[in-house]
Design a protein around this ligand. Sequence first.
Ligand code: DAH
Length: 340
Amino acid sequence: MAEMEVRILQQIIEASTAGELEHVRIKYLGRKGEISALLKNIGNLAPEQRPAFGAAVNALRNKVSEMIASRKDELDREALEQSLLRDAIDVSLPGEYFEVGGLHPLTKSLREITSILSGMGFTVYESRETETDEMNFVKLNIAQGHPARDMQETFYLTETTLMRTHTSPGQIRGMLALEGRLPVRFIVPGRVYRRDPTDASHHPVFFQVEGLAIDVDVTFKQLRGVISTLMNRFFGQDVRIRLRPSYFPFTEPSCEVDISCVFCRGEGCSVCGGSGYLEVAGAGMVHPQVLLNGGYDPDKVSGFAFGFGLDRLAMLKYGIDDIRLLYGNDKRFLSQFRGL
Ligand code: DAH
């Protein structure tokens, strides 16, 4: 019987599937199995041999059942492990990749400027990019043959229409839209077009932000206050502004707006050409004729206007040294502003 036990245990261990193991179980423990056959044989033995034989067979049967049960556990665990391995999700597979976009530095700058000025009561007037010669020049006091046209002689679409050379015609259109109502307080942001040579600081398309405020008793001092507040909020409190007398046909008096150089803080460097200042805008008190052209009475109201170069502001803010980068659509450049 010991020999039989060894043989059975061997077969249990060798069973490598639940099916094979079941086979072994039936072979020995089944109703017609070998161990059951031993028990049936018990009647052929001498009576005094029976108890010992019966006990031995029972012990064998118990042992075999136990071995089969534990082998069954083992096989079940192996099968489970294998199915887990087989059905595993390969989490190392690269997922689908979406590049995160970001706002263009010009868009960021314009949004910030719009937000600062809207805090001071300015709304946004979206004017148009194709203009009439009349609006772009004549209504702004720049008559046919006026020398101020030379700087802006530009992309004509027909004899009398052109791509606007500045956002100033938006002043006239905005005023006319308000039909004499007060106060007038809006900005006109947008693209302008000039036949300029293209270099690090010039591009045939660029952006301006025009501003116009008209009311009874609007003063030059208010102009200065709005401009310095805007510059300080945009560039920081340590930036100083300087107004230099200048000439524009549509303002009187007129000035250029300089800010202390944001790179050298006014000490003089290559960006500001050693002067310590950078020009960022033109401005002035709205010329009486321009008020009239917009439907306002210069004897009753006064106004100020300004025109910032948005590209210049963005370049100074983000340390961009070539305007062409703003229009190149190069992702290596643009991606640098993603999180800013
Ligand atoms: N339109 C002028 C330009 O493009 C800039 C400018 C100057 C706008 C003075 C203004 C202003 O509103 O008052 O050069």
